[in-house]
Design a protein around this ligand. Structure first.
Ligand code: GDP
Length: 465
């Protein structure tokens, strides 16, 4: 007997509407009771992250996601934390201070690698994973790609400044994601620090800290003086306990680019990350050391993929290369369909004609190159929000790697500026830029880029003198 949406939904323990929606995204329009062929069913089920076995021409057997996750196999995993808050309130300083507090780093020289996240060991042996890109831009971009990256948000509020606009924004982002907030009241070493005012301010945003009779944990810290960092870590672990975070290290790994969350990833595993796939050839931890296996919530850098996936892409281990290729091809096709639907330019020629069309409007054309994919996405997202009806930044191209001749050529075609974020131009690119009068700008802080672009856009609004 033929399969229908109801069968799949009940086997996967999801709502029927979810299955219909997923099928629709794959281009199969059916009602919940209409029969679907096994090939389509298999792809749909895999999109939900389940393993599939074909038991007959017409039927598939679904290995449920949590099938082997018996109570015995589940272990408490360490929490994954994102630090958010207003600019200059001390997010970077806090991440640096915590990084250097890592007990396990003692002799090994500390956490030095930028792999998007790092894991620290607290004095009592518990571990916490921190996403080391501060700010809500990165958080939002990840979420936009459907990744639930974070278990806990640490909201940094400077005690000498109180709740500011980006503090409120961060609160909203965390809420929208359903992620619990823990408050770090920072800079308490400053003479003008007023932690009570912070707690008071937070009330207006319905964050009721313990001192105010609520249940939100708040810890007074100084990132630069390294005061109470242990208390902050204890609070994070306490919050994590309430969340009952568990994972089964014995199962095949599942994770998110920038963060691996469940299961154990091993060298030799075949993984699909977004639309890319490959066999894990080597893994490096946050100390830059080669590792052979990465357990739940352990951030690693993976070598061996066919191309660069995007931040927020889901990572799954599959049984063989053929499956990996199929899933990857399916996802590629879906991405292409989405681009066509969005009217995204398909080739360089179309891109150029689109640029020429747009040039009559007040747009600030940019080419952006970054060290890691996450930064590129965070930047493009942040710049998109700066635009108004009259002026906007237009990112012609963004990508990972040093600035090359091709980037400068593209910029020259529409008089764009080239931004390098933690990357620089090679000699040929510099030479071409000098010859064509294209400006190359280097940045290391997202907010500097945003400030710069905002200032340029404001300049474009003013009438020419
Ligand atoms: P971010 O923009 O939130 O990442 O903030 P930063 O970490 O860059 O910090 C902004 C400024 O505040 C820097 O000059 C830091 O040295 C300073 N700062 C950060 N934490 C503290 C602190 O605990 N005490 C004091 N006095 N200054 C701090």
């Amino acid at each position: 007997e033929a399969l229908d949406g109801t069968d799949l939904a009940s086997r996967m323990a999801v709502r029927g509407a979810e299955v219909v929606k997923r099928l629709m995204e794959m281009g199969t329009i059916v009602t919940i009771t209409q029969s679907i062929d096994a090939d389509t069913a298999q792809l749909a089920v895999e999109e939900f992250g389940h393993k599939v076995r074909r038991v007959s021409e017409a039927d598939v057997e679904i290995g449920l996601k949590g099938e082997d996750d018996t109570i015995d196999a589940l272990l408490i995993r360490s929490p994954v934390v994102t630090v958010m808050g207003h600019v200059d309130h001390g997010k970077t300083s806090l991440l640096d201070a915590i990084r250097s507090s890592d007990v396990a780093s003692g002799e090994a020289g500390g956490i030095t690698q930028h792999i998007g996240a790092y894991q620290v060991e607290t004095p009592k042996g518990a571990r916490i994973t921190f996403i080391d890109t501060p700010g809500h831009a990165a958080f939002t971009e990840m979420r936009a790609r459907g990744a639930s990256v974070t278990d806990i948000v640490v909201l940094v509020v400077a005690a000498d400044d109180g709740v500011m606009p980006q503090t409120a924004e961060a609160i909203n982002h965390a809420r929208a994601a359903g992620v619990p907030i823990l408050v770090a009241i920072n800079k308490i070493d400053r003479p003008d620090a007023d932690p009570n005012r912070v707690r008071q301010d937070l009330l207006q945003h319905e964050i009721v800290t313990e001192a105010m009779g609520g249940d939100v944990l708040a810890v007074e810290i100084s990132a630069t003086q390294k005061l109470n960092l242990d208390k902050l870590e204890e609070a994070i672990l306490l919050q994590a306990e309430l969340l009952e975070l568990t994972a089964n290290p014995d199962r095949a790994a599942e994770g998110v680019v920038i963060e691996a969350k469940r299961g154990t990833l091993r060298i030799g595993d075949i993984v699909v990350a977004g639309a890319q796939w490959g066999r894990v050839r080597a893994m490096y931890d946050d100390h830059g050391a080669a590792t052979k296996a990465a357990g739940p919530a352990v951030p690693v850098e993976v070598l061996g993929l066919s191309g660069a996936p995007q931040a927020g892409d889901e990572v799954v281990v599959v049984e063989n290369e053929r499956r990996a290729r199929e899933v990857s091809e399916f996802r590629h096709a879906r991405t292409r369909e989405k681009e066509v639907a969005r009217g995204a330019p398909l080739n360089l020629e179309q891109l150029f004609s689109e640029i020429q069309e747009k040039e009559s409007k007040s747009e600030l054309p940019l080419v952006i190159k970054t060290d890691v994919q996450g930064s590129a996405e965070a930047l493009v997202g942040a710049l998109a929000r700066l635009g108004t009806d009259e002026v906007a930044a237009r990112v012609l191209h963004s990508g990972v790697g040093g600035i090359t001749e091709a980037d400068v050529t593209l910029a020259a075609a529409s008089d764009a500026t080239v931004f390098g974020f933690n990357v620089r131009a090679n000699a040929q690119a510099r030479e071409l830029a000098a010859r064509t009068g294209i400006e190359l700008r280097y940045f290391a802080v997202i907010y500097d880029v945003v400030d710069e672009v905002r200032a340029s856009l404001e300049g474009m609004l003013r009438p020419e003198a």
